[in-house]
Ligand binder design. Structure first.
Ligand code: CO6
Length: 494
């Protein structure tokens, strides 16, 4: 399969490599600087010149070396998650070489040259060091080499953004033609959900992504399979009666308990390392907790009425969009809760955007993507964005764009059956809320009669250095009022 691909794309690749270099050298492809969030890898296979590296062979072309360069944010090492090649394998441009993971994201590194892998420097699960080589490739004698030295500098890496390395929550699989299409349209593969086998990105995915960006309507492609999002959108559109809260995500079958004779030690790596870092920083924050309960009976009715409408538009509507929108409407009155403090707590920044993070149980573990600019979004747009984030999470494709920039967080522990929690603030944010499961419980109605009510517990945590209990309580009351009387939300929606 690989050989066929290589053969059929050989001529194309040559053309592409020329075209690619021309594109690379266009000034607009050079970014003046990279953000700290960017992962900056030395994807360039650096020529082994006498100055830099070791020997070359006359007949077969030079041996080039793939080095892991500075990736910013003080990251000095990554874990090699998977090799897609072994020593002696023939590789072509754009073939995937390996996947590495730092404490922020996974990155797939692809070849820039035709050649033969001569050396892998690390085993799977080994720690690869920044500045050290990953692989040696003996290039083909006829293949054109890009005579670049010292390509570690910013522009050289920025220009490869769409081709040789993708920054995201998981590896990118795409053919050279698809990569090229993405590159030509300035689309980052990391932002595209692949619908092919094992999440492979297809041409249709790029076209569809483009259509969504430009508003163009594409003719239906029979071979194009959308990522299945469970729920009303995928179900028969028959309207449900009031849904029964408590229909939680199916509990995954627990793995068979394993008894081992000896203790097992394993290094903490990848995203878990990020959790160690973030939670250790959170420990420095003096948290206080505040809890309440919310009667969602009206919201339960409203959602069930709207579900079939959004399903008709291909979007699943859960409770989260309402919880998030109500939070944003309330944050407008309490901007101190949508703020960030610096490390020494010397300054507080009131954030203009409501980038509301939501804890998400993904194939890669707990991640917190955020919905950007919630203050500008309708409930429907929020549902749409949530669907997109959930699809990305399920495909292991949440990337830096989705995972960074949060300003306030909600964690729906209730969706997996929890009732109360003691959430931990994600620094530099200053507040977080944990939502319990919606339970049908007896409560007294206005006339003193016992009624069935849909009750949800909420547990807030806030940074007591900058927020006091009264502020948190007032915010929570306002949030609760929006949710208990969802019609009122309509009045304040932009
Ligand atoms: N109660 C009752 N029913 C619920 C609830 C609650 N709280 N939340 C969701 N649901 C229902 C939801 O309405 C769906 O029902 P139908 O629409 O009738 O099908 C169903 O459960 C599945 O919802 P889904 O999870 O698909 O979507 P939702 O938008 O509600 O949630 C999500 C999105 C990303 C929050 C969720 O998929 C998820 O990942 N939840 C787990 C979050 C998590 O792991 N939190 C723990 C973080 S650690 O907080 C922490 C402090 C510590 C304890």
């Amino acid at each position: 399969m690989l050989a066929v691909t290589r053969g059929s794309f050989r001529v194309f690749r040559l053309l592409l490599s020329q075209q690619y270099r021309r594109r690379c050298l266009r000034p607009q492809n050079f970014r003046p600087s990279r953000t700290l969030q960017d992962f900056r890898w030395d994807r360039s296979l650096q020529m082994l010149s006498s100055r830099m590296l070791h020997t070359t062979t006359a007949q077969r072309g030079p041996i080039v070396q793939f080095k892991l360069s500075d990736i910013g944010e003080g990251i000095m090492e990554v874990t090699v998650k998977e090799w897609y090649v072994k020593e002696g394998d023939k590789v072509s441009q754009f073939d995937s070489i390996c996947e590495v993971q730092s404490d922020k994201a996974s990155v797939t590194i692809t070849s820039r040259y035709d050649g033969v892998i001569k050396k892998l420097y690390y085993d799977v699960d080994a720690i690869a060091l920044v500045g050290k080589p990953l692989v040696d490739i003996e290039t083909e004698s006829g293949s054109e080499l890009i005579q670049e030295e010292d390509v570690v500098e910013t522009p050289a890496m920025a220009r490869e953004e769409h081709t040789h390395q993708e920054i995201k929550g998981h590896k990118t699989q795409a053919t050279p033609a698809v990569r090229r299409l993405a590159m030509e349209n300035n689309i980052k593969l990391s932002e595209v959900v692949g619908t092919g086998k094992d999440g492979r990105i297809l041409k249709e995915d790029i076209l569809n992504f483009l259509a969504k960006q430009t508003g163009a309507i594409l003719p239906p492609a029979p071979s194009f399979q959308e990522v299945q999002i469970p729920g009303p959108a995928a179900e028969a559109p028959a309207a449900k009666s009031i849904s029964t809260p408590g229909t939680f995500r199916p509990t995954p079958k627990p793995p068979r308990p394993a008894f081992t004779a000896t203790d097992v030690i394993e290094p903490i790596k990848g995203f878990h390392k990020a959790m160690v870092k973030t939670m250790s920083a959170a420990l420095k924050i003096p948290h206080f907790g505040y809890c309440d309960e919310v009667d969602l009976s009206r919201l339960v009715v409203l959602r069930s009425e709207l579900q079939s409408v959004t399903a008709g538009r291909g979007v699943k509507l859960s409770y989260m969009p309402f919880f998030i929108k109500a939070a944003s409407l309330s944050l407008l009155h309490f901007p101190v809760l949508n703020a960030a403090v610096d490390e020494g707590c010397q300054n507080i920044t009131y954030k203009a955007s409501h980038n509301i993070g939501l804890a998400m149980d993904t194939t890669q573990g707990l991640l917190v993507p955020n919905v950007k600019n919630v203050q500008l979004l309708t409930v429907f747009e929020l549902a749409q964005e949530l669907n997109r984030l959930q699809a990305l999470g399920a495909a292991g494709q949440l990337g830096t764009a989705e995972l960074s920039g949060g300003t306030f967080t909600l964690s729906n522990i209730g969706s997996i059956g929890g009732t109360y929690a003691k959430p931990v603030i994600l620094p530099p944010e200053v507040a977080i809320g944990a939502l319990g499961k919606i339970q049908v419980l007896p409560r007294f109605g206005a006339d003193g009669q016992v009624v069935r009510a849909h009750i949800m517990k909420v547990s807030w945590s806030a940074d007591h250095r900058v927020i006091d209990g009264a502020t948190m309580c007032r915010f929570s009351n306002l949030w609760r009022e929006y949710l208990e009387n969802p019609a009122c939300m309509v009045l304040d929606l932009k």
